[in-house]
Design a protein around this ligand. Structure first.
Ligand code: AMP
Ligand code: ZN
Length: 111
């Protein structure tokens, strides 16, 4: 728990978010500023600043393996997943999170 971290506060229910999934290790919630009709974030409950800080294979498994479960629950078969790591990659919240977006056509390469 990092007391300055907004996503730690969401994981700890200290601030409200629109939670769509929760288990022992992860939480998923709708993005406040959605970039697609469906746009949610998956985070580990434990604080890691970015993907670079996760050394534990199990933790990678925890956060990625919930995505297909949530997608199935939401009836989504096609989606874009994004993990921004570091400022130049577009990371603005320094608690690792996976963006999952769906409901529109996505272009490639990402901007
Ligand atoms: P990134 O730029 O990859 O670090 O993504 C951070 C994301 O967190 C952005 O898409 C924001 O819209 C989203 N965000 C920031 N604060 C909140 C919040 N309180 N609840 C939900 N999403 C948030
Ligand atoms: Zn945090």
């Amino acid at each position: 728990m990092n007391s300055d971290c907004i996503f730690c506060k969401i994981a700890n229910k200290e601030i409200n978010a629109n939670l769509i999934y929760e288990d022992e290790n992860t939480v998923a919630f709708n993005d406040l500023n959605p970039q697609a009709p469906v746009h949610f974030l998956v985070i580990p409950k434990k604080h890691y600043e970015s993907l670079n800080e996760i050394k534990d294979k199990e933790e990678f498994g925890n956060i990625f393996s919930v995505i297909p479960k949530i997608a199935e629950k939401l009836g989504i078969k096609e989606y874009r997943t994004v993990v921004n790591t570091g400022e130049s990659a577009g990371q603005t919240v320094f608690h690792v999170h996976i963006h999952v977006m769906a409901g529109r056509k996505f272009t490639w390469p990402a901007g």
